[in-house]
Design a protein around this ligand. Structure first.
Ligand SMILES: Nc1ncnc2c1ncn2[C@@H]1O[C@H](COP(=O)(O)OP(=O)(O)OP(=O)(O)O)[C@@H](O)[C@H]1O
Ligand SMILES: [Mg+2]
Length: 230
């Protein structure tokens, strides 16, 4: 995929995330992966776009999928799916197993729902460390086959490090030609310090087409696999 504006209908993007989906499945051979977060070092690396495309791929594979917009400052997921978040964060945080679906926004894709937590608040650390947030995430993971959490860049906000350990693992989006190695290393180390499992990395906006190049990052029990999204 070239480095221009790209839509969720882009065939290259959708093909690439199918492979990402398969890799996530492989990472969960012993214990199925049912919840992930996407993060990156910097702003604009492609997290939200890839999160949405992956959500489409998961739902197309008949998994009941929820994508949670956990970027309180710059929520984009509802826009991508042309749906509108109608609920205040404080209200959504009170959701229970019985009424969670009342807060999930239907998309045009069967099996795919959006939970929009974005409301431009600044005390995200307080929210993400709360028991209510924990309970909400657990409920979502219980009610859906696959939960994707979109987060802000770790180089700017700590949010992803707070959420990642509550999920089955993190995928780091690296934007080719933009992120420097040190900022990616910092992202990895922040996730490791938080005791998050790093499932892999996606090399976004690579110029190479249909590459089958994989990079394995290995430290302790972590093994990171990199898939290129063109
Ligand atoms: N592979 C790609 N090819 C072309 N354009 C892309 C690609 N990935 C992302 N973009 C574009 O780059 C811009 C930033 O993408 P996106 O919003 O997904 O990044 P982000 O990491 O979520 O940003 P933020 O940190 O602000 O949340 C968008 O305009 C998106 O369409
Ligand atoms: Mg984003």
């Amino acid at each position: 995929m070239a480095q221009q504006q790209v839509s969720l209908n882009d065939r290259d993007l959708l093909e690439s995330v199918k492979t990402l989906r398969t890799n996530i499945d492989f990472a969960g051979i012993d214990e199925p992966i049912r919840s992930i977060i996407l993060t990156s070092a910097e702003k604009g690396d492609g997290k939200s776009l890839i999160a949405c495309a992956l959500a489409i791929a998961e739902s197309a594979a008949k998994k009941r999928t929820l994508i949670i917009d956990n970027d309180f400052r710059n929520p984009q997921i509802a826009n991508h799916f042309h749906v509108r978040g109608r609920f205040k964060l404080a209200t959504v945080l009170q959701a229970t197993e019985d009424n969670l679906m009342d807060f999930c926004l239907e998309t045009k894709y069967p099996n795919l729902y959006v939970l929009d937590l974005g409301n431009r608040r600044s005390d995200s650390v307080e929210v993400l460390s709360s028991r209510r947030y924990d309970a909400l995430l657990k409920t979502a993971i219980k009610k859906f086959d696959f939960v994707i959490v979109d987060t802000p860049p770790l180089g700017m906000f700590i949010d992803a490090a707070l959420v990642a350990p509550k999920t089955d693992g993190a995928i780091i989006v690296i934007r080719s030609g933009k992120n420097d190695i040190q900022s990616v290393k910092n992202t990895i180390s922040q996730l490791e310090k938080a005791n998050a499992r790093i499932l892999g990395a996606v090399l976004n906006c690579s110029k190479k087409k249909h590459s089958d190049y994989y990079y394995y990052y290995s430290k302790k029990e972590h093994r990171t696999k990199k898939k290129e999204v063109h």
